[in-house]
Write a protein that binds this ligand. Structure first.
Ligand SMILES: [Zn+2]
Length: 350
């Protein structure tokens, strides 16, 4: 079979090449790939900046936003050939830490977790892959290729869960949310915010293209420009850009008692003119919370599958802006100005 492979930490090493069939030790369920979503992490790995090959090997099969069709369910009860499933990305560390020990590997404390397509386990950009019975989520079959949006949905399902857990601090009922960044994560964060009954605002740089319409179609309000200029005092900010000035702006913009959840990963960047102590003062005097959130566990995969099953299909379809066959992985990794979610379409290759 063929797969997209990379040599982690090595530039220009990406190939669509012949690899062995997936080993039975990697799971009793055999799956044929339908599609794999591409995100910033894949671009980072392909650029040679991140990633780990499995032990004893130089190359890693890329891809963690999976969607596959079951070929052989094995002894797994509740699964049949033809079912659409998505593989869970992270596996608990072997120690295990207290969180991994109770199945909350997304909160791993010692960093020894592994991740499919990222850290020491092959990913899902192969014509066939295997999965263990405890590490998949079955999808509503009517989702079809839209099921490839599940993994990014799990990320924001967890983020919202963390935000809502902050209600226990006092009399705090969030009414208004600001989502920064209208990429796939921001769009899905906005979808969940609207589902939760909040008044949702989405901020992005672009003023045209599909994003403003997609936000409006949710019943949310689209904004462009600087965060500081927004005439809003949101109770919640879901930060999805990883851009320094937007992160600082989010912490300044959120209302008293509010929660900022950071999901974007950036780096470097310029100053905001505010010292760390000034930022700290803002957070202290307003009893604000700033939470970081990454990855997802089985509960988030299940909840996210419910979110997608209930979502408007034509809206979800517009999030997938390009479908590229796997032999054109290099094109798929190039982000176009109008791209929201680009997916490798393995079905098209058959
Ligand atoms: Zn752990």
């Amino acid at each position: 079979m063929k797969a997209v492979t990379v040599q982690p930490m090595t530039k220009d090493s990406i190939r669509f090449e012949e690899v062995p069939e997936p080993d039975e030790s990697t799971g009793s369920i055999l799956v044929e790939a339908v599609a794999v979503g591409i995100c910033g992490t894949d671009v980072e790995i392909a650029s040679g900046a991140y990633g780990w090959a499995p032990e004893g090997r130089d190359r890693l099969i890329l891809g963690h936003e999976s969607l596959g069709r079951v070929v052989e369910p094995g002894p797994s009860k509740g699964l049949q050939a033809g079912d659409l499933i998505v593989g869970i990305v992270r596996r608990p560390d072997p120690v295990p830490c207290p969180n991994c020990a109770v199945g909350e590997w997304d909160m791993c404390r010692n960093g020894q977790y592994t991740e499919r397509g990222i850290k020491q386990i092959d990913g899902f950009m192969s014509e066939r892959w295997r999965i263990e019975p405890d590490y998949y989520t079955k999808l509503d079959p009517s989702l079809g290729i839209l099921g490839v949006l599940l993994e990014p949905t799990t990320v924001v399902t967890k983020a919202w869960e963390l935000v809502m857990a902050m209600r226990g601090r006092g009399f705090w009922v969030p009414r208004t949310a600001l989502v920064t960044g209208a990429g796939p994560i921001g769009m899905l964060a906005a979808l969940i915010g609207v589902d939760l009954g909040l008044e949702v605002h989405v901020l992005d740089r672009v003023t045209e293209g599909a994003k403003p319409d997609l936000v409006a179609a949710l019943g949310a309000t689209y904004h462009s420009g600087a965060i500081a200029d927004l005439d809003l005092e949101p109770d919640v900010v879901i930060e999805c850009t990883g851009v320094g000035s937007v992160i600082i702006g989010s912490m300044q913009k959120v209302g008293a008692g509010g929660v900022v959840c950071l999901t974007g990963v950036g780096g470097g960047g310029g100053g905001s003119g505010l010292s760390p102590a000034d930022m700290g003062k803002t957070v202290v005097l307003q009893n604000n919370v700033v939470i970081g959130s990454v990855n997802a566990n089985r509960r988030h995969f299940y909840r996210a599958s419910r979110v997608l099953a209930a979502a408007d299909r034509s809206w979800l379809e517009k999030l997938i802006t390009r479908r590229v066959p796997p032999d054109r992985i290099a094109d798929a990794l190039q982000r176009g100005p109008d791209d929201i979610k680009v997916v490798l379409d393995f079905g098209a290759a058959r």
